[in-house]
Design a protein around this ligand. Structure first.
Ligand SMILES: [Zn+2]
Length: 114
């Protein structure tokens, strides 16, 4: 379950930011998860619940945005929404496309106690 590693990375990043800001706890965190990032929501929630124990994120509100997948066709340059990797271009039917959105996993913002 790679979600555990991902959650650990997010916590580490958030705590580093909080320490930089000189605070001891984090009030809320905003995360963006791409729909094509192979992160399973249930597994992520589970990993989060256990991962935040004894960290600055314990009790913090988590706001998760799911970013839809978007690909750009390499043949006709059409940009289209995709549900999974390797979908055919709706315009020309080509399978050679480049994913432009949907694979991200990032911390968008962190709100700390003042
Ligand atoms: Zn195309």
């Amino acid at each position: 379950m790679h979600e555990i590693t991902l959650v650990a990375n997010i916590i580490e990043l958030a705590e580093k930011e909080a320490r930089k800001a000189g605070v001891r706890s984090i009030r809320s965190i905003e995360i963006e998860i791409g729909k094509l990032s192979c992160i399973e929501k249930a597994a992520f929630d589970f990993a989060w619940m256990h991962g935040v124990k004894n960290t600055m994120l314990y009790g913090a509100e988590r706001i998760t945005h799911f970013i839809p997948g978007e690909a750009a066709c390499k043949s006709c340059h059409e940009v289209f929404e995709v549900e999974e990797l390797y979908e055919a271009c709706p315009r020309c039917g080509d399978y050679f496309s480049e994913i432009v959105h949907g694979q991200e996993l990032r911390v968008k913002s962190i709100r700390v106690e003042e």
